[in-house]
Design a protein around this ligand. Structure first.
Ligand SMILES: Cc1cc2nc3c(=O)[nH]c(=O)nc-3n(C[C@H](O)[C@H](O)[C@H](O)COP(=O)(O)O)c2cc1C
Length: 170
């Protein structure tokens, strides 16, 4: 599978099997996350894995039935005390760094035959309380991970804008 095939294969999965995820696959995904680039190489990242009872608790900050079907969830956090801020305008690159690392992780998961979904529409304050996160840690994305229970034909077609809308040569 070349890179374009892998990137095209990744899709949001919202129904999981109960089958547990092997530790070797977790290690592989985290290695892919670790090699991601970050602004000034500050790596303002913290990835927290929850399963079992903690996963049930986490459901409160994203109360969707499908979310509970995932055997585990990674909470991708940014550490605002360690992120790079651009000097010209103080723009904080925390989100960008976390997003790149999550992208590495979900593509590695796809390669390993696992399904993922990026979730932003959760209650971040509640999530911080459930995980007892320090003030400067921001939970940026919830990434449920597991073996997909979706049939390929149930997965919608990838709807994407035309290349001419997305790319401009000047
Ligand atoms: C930043 C971001 C936030 C997202 N938040 C949610 C979310 O809260 N809930 C959800 O079900 N899907 C969420 N998604 C998944 C998108 O809906 C999905 O990526 C998009 O519809 C394209 O479909 P695909 O991932 O299957 O290619 C999010 C995706 C991204 C990148």
């Amino acid at each position: 599978m070349n890179f374009l095939e892998l990137a095209s294969k990744r899709t949001s999965v919202r129904q999981f099997q109960q089958r547990p995820v092997e530790q070797e696959k977790m290690d592989y995904m985290f290695k892919a996350m670790q090699v991601a680039p970050s602004a000034v190489n500050f790596q303002p990242l913290k990835f927290i894995v929850v399963s079992g009872e903690k996963m049930k608790e986490l459901h409160a900050c994203y109360p969707r039935n499908w979310f509970e079907t995932a055997p585990l969830c990674i909470i991708a956090c940014g550490d605002h005390n360690r992120s790079w801020k651009r000097s010209s305008d103080e723009k904080d690159y925390c989100d960008v760094d976390v997003a790149i690392a999550v992208t590495h992780l979900v593509l590695a998961a796809t390669e390993q035959g696992l399904g993922t979904c990026w979730i932003s529409n959760f209650d971040a304050q509640q999530c911080k309380l459930i995980l007892s996160l320090p003030k400067h840690f921001e939970p940026i994305a919830l990434i449920p991970i597991g073996y997909s229970n979706e049939k390929e034909e149930e997965q919608g077609e990838k709807v994407r804008k035309a290349m001419s809308d997305l790319v401009e040569y000047r």
